[in-house]
Structures are given as structure tokens and as C-alpha cells.
Design a protein around this ligand. Structure first.
Ligand code: PMT
Length: 400
């Protein structure tokens, strides 16, 4: 199933009559979950209104390389870095020729030069222009440089000609963008992921919990599904949207999470323990709401079962991946956990920094196995998750 959840797409709209279809392309990309920002060229502006693109994309439309305001907030470099994919649709003959020459005389061509994102080109022009040998050579050159060409359709054109050169269908453009993110790396594999925080009740209204949002775990779920795995989520307390394509089991406490994991673990190939499971719970939950009195309050805590350590010691165990949330002696502590919990790899994240780790949109992690430690540098949790899943697939499932 096509999906662009959490993907950032820049849509470049250049001067072709087909530019009137660009708001629909924005819609179709959003339907698949993408956030879209639009760059329109001078030519594109002749065929589609900035207001429509702005309203539908819910973002300011970018059109000027020299826009002082844009340069302060999100200039060409920021846009180039922001995008996971840049789609030029429609791509006019002129814009395609400029890309071939590496021109940078407007915002769109400059962003293209400045980006590391995947670039997709959806040509749209008169059939005779599309058939011209200069156009064929230009598209071949762009393809050689790693850009994807979205084949135009065949049929009657705005000018009355019939032939190849109509802009591809907006839904097909969105689906082809989504295909960039799907693989069969983990197809046929069953993956169980725990995520979110657990809540340990003190009394009927109070509990002990933590700041886990579920963002990291949900990003992993998304990456597993994109890699073709059948994915089951044991979900504690979270503040993110649920990945609808996964099987979902909601739990509250660490004890619930333990039971849910044990029920599902037999059929799994991979277990990723991303949840922030409470190490301790109150020894007794008070049946009634605890009243204030003048003496200090003490809650006696006892240890919860360690879910990851239990799974790692099962006779028929899946590949077990832990997370280590550390605030000091990071690598050393993570290695101790790797050994103690007997997992196959541990993903270390620093939870003392507000811009990564708990509840943030970004993370930076170390992927640690018995013999290796590799950093996955700061990025969105989605990109970090995709990199983790690629590593796991290569380390543990390559030959199977
Ligand atoms: O949810 P987010 O806001 O996106 O934040 C993500 C995260 C920081 C919570 C996540 O990346 C993370 O680090 N999760 C593990 C948090 C944690 O509990 O770490 P720990 O070092 O205390 O535990 C080590 C491992 O043992 C973890 O895999 C944990 O899931 C597991 N564990 C811990 C206790 C317990 N009783 N059972 C367990 O299975």
C-alpha cells in the first residue's frame, strides 16, 4: 500500500498548461501522508494561482530566489535540506533544459542544485516537443544523474494534438513518489515493537509514568511496514497518530505490556523494545484515592519484570533489539545493558537533551552490537528509524 507518512515533499511547478493540475498533485501527496511545500516558477505562475497552491498545501508558496523574507525563514538552502523528495510536476521543456545545464537562475533550479534529496521529473509538453531529440537527450542525461523520470501519458493535448506528453496522472505521481520509500527488505518477516510509556497506578487517579511520546516507536513501525514486514505494536501511553497498517494492542502498565508481548512473541522474527517501560511500580495500588494528611508520603516501589531480558532468554527467541535511554556514560551504560539483557543489538539515545530522545521530533542514536558501535547522526525520527531498519535487515536477515 502506498504511503508517504512523515515525508517532506517539495513540488516544483513550472510553465506548462498542465500546471493547473498541480493543486491536485498536492492533494494526492497529502492523501498519502506527505507534508508538501510548493515552488512555482515564473512560467508556472501563468497557469495556476498562488492562492490555490497556498490554500491546498497549507504553506506559503515559494517563488522568488531573492525574497528577503523567505531567505530569513526558509531560503533555498533550507528548502533543499528540508525535502526528502523534490518532484517537478509539470516539468516544462525549458526547466528540463536548465536542469541539464546546472542553471541556477530561479528558486527551483537553485534548490535542485543545492539538494541531496531524490529528484523526480514529470515532463508535460506538446507531443512534438516531447519527441524532439534534444528533449530525449536531456531526459536521458537527467536519468544518468540519478533523477527519476515520471513517464508522461498519451492522448489528446490542450493544443489539440494527440500523442505522448500529457502530464502523468496526479495519483500516479504520488504513488511513484511513495514507491521510493518501499522495499522488500523485510518482506515475510513478523516484527513486534513495544512503544510509548507505561503507567503504574498509585491509586485510582494517580500514576507513575514518563515522557515517552511513542514517536520513535511509531517511526520504526512505519519503516518496518515500508520494508514489507508484518508489524505488530504493543502500545503504551503515546501522543502520536497510530500507524493504521499495523496490528495494534493497547496496554497501560508494564505488567500488561509483559503479558501482551508474551502472548505474541512465538511467531516473531524480530522484537524491538522501544517502549519506556517503568522499572518500578508501587508495591500496592490503593483502592481509594489517597487523602492528604500532615505526614510525609512514602510510596514503596517494587521492580517490574524486564520484558526484553525475558524475551532474549526464551528458547525460541526472535532477534532482540533493545533501546538504551541514557543521560551519562552513554556508550558504557548501553554496552552493560546489551550484555545484561542479552540482546542482539542495542540502540543508544541520549535522553538528557531536549532536542533529541524523549518526546522530540528528532533523534541521534548509536547502533551497538557486541563488536561494533556506529553513530546514526541527528535527523528526524523517521529517517533514523529507516536507517535502523536498514541496518537490522543487513545485519540479521540478509541471507535468509
Ligand atoms: O517515545 P519517544 O518520545 O519517541 O522517545 C523514544 C525513547 C527515548 C523512549 C526510546 O528511543 C527509548 O530509548 N526507549 C527505551 C527507554 C528505556 O526504557 O530505556 P532503558 O534504558 O530504561 O531500558 C533498556 C531496554 O529495556 C529498553 O529496550 C526497554 O524497552 C527495556 N525494558 C526496560 C524495563 C523493563 N521492565 N522492561 C524492558 O523491556
Amino acid at each position: 500500500m502506498s504511503d508517504l507518512t512523515n515525508k517532506r515533499i517539495v513540488l516544483g511547478v513550472s510553465g506548462s498548461i498542465a500546471a493547473y493540475k498541480s493543486p491536485e498533485i498536492v492533494r494526492r501527496l497529502q492523501d498519502l501522508g506527505a507534508e508538501v511545500r510548493v515552488i512555482v516558477t515564473n512560467g508556472g505562475r501563468e497557469f495556476v494561482s498562488e492562492r490555490s497552491l497556498q490554500t491546498i498545501s497549507k504553506n506559503k508558496v515559494h517563488d522568488n530566489l531573492w525574497d528577503k523574507e523567505a531567505e530569513l525563514a526558509m531560503g533555498h538552502i533550507e528548502l533543499a535540506k528540508w525535502a526528502d523528495v523534490i518532484i517537478i510536476a509539470p516539468a516544462s521543456a525549458n526547466t528540463i533544459a536548465k536542469l541539464c545545464h546546472g542553471r541556477a537562475d530561479d528558486l527551483l533550479t537553485t534548490v535542485i542544485l543545492a539538494t541531496e534529496a531524490k529528484i523526480m521529473i514529470a515532463p508535460a509538453m506538446n507531443q512534438q516537443m516531447f519527441a524532439a531529440s534534444a528533449m530525449k537527450d536531456n531526459l536521458e542525461l537527467l536519468q544518468k544523474r540519478g533523477m527519476d523520470i515520471i513517464k508522461p501519458g498519451f492522448g489528446e493535448q490542450a493544443c489539440g494534438d494527440v500523442g505522448e506528453g500529457r502530464l502523468a496522472d496526479p495519483l500516479d505521481i504520488a504513488k511513484q513518489a511513495a514507491d521510493l520509500f518501499t522495499s522488500s527488505l523485510l518482506s515475510g518477516k513478523n516484527i513486534l515493537i513495544t512503544l510509548g510509556g507505561t503507567k503504574e497506578s498509585i491509586d485510582p487517579v494517580r500514576f507513575i509514568s514518563n515522557h515517552s511520546s511513542g514517536k520513535m516507536g511509531m517511526a520504526l513501525a512505519h519503516a518496518c511496514i515500508q520494508a514489507g514486514a508484518k508489524t505488530t505494536l504493543i502500545v503504551g501511553s503515546i501522543s502520536v497518530d497510530i500507524e493504521k497498517r499495523a496490528e495494534i494492542i493497547h496496554v497501560v502498565s508494564a505488567e500488561d505490556m509483559y503479558k501482551a508481548v508474551m502472548k505474541k512473541i512465538n511467531s516473531q522474527d524480530l522484537f524491538i523494545s522501544c517502549a519506556a517501560v517503568a522499572d518500578f511500580k508501587p508495591k500496592k495500588m490503593s483502592k481509594n484515592k489517597i487523602k492528604k494528611n500532615d505526614s510525609p508520603m512514602t510510596i514503596e516501589l517494587i521492580e517490574n519484570k524486564d520484558i526484553l531480558a525475558t524475551v532474549s532468554q526464551l528458547e525460541k527467541k526472535p532477534i532482540c533489539i533493545g533501546f538504551a535511554a541514557e543521560t551519562e556514560n552513554h556508550i558504557e551504560n548501553a554496552r552493560i545493558k546489551l550484555k545484561k539483557k542479552k540482546c542482539d543489538a542495542i540502540i543508544l539515545n541520549d535522553v538528557s537533551k531536549s532536542e533529541i530522545g524523549l518526546n522530540s521530533n528528532d533523534n541521534e542514536v548509536h547502533f551497538i552490537t557486541k563488536n561494533k558501535s556506529e553513530i546514526i547522526e541527528k535527523n528526524t525520527k523517521q529517517i533514523i528509524a529507516e536507517k535502523i531498519i536498514n541496518k537490522l535487515a543487513n545485519y540479521f536477515f540478509k541471507s535468509s
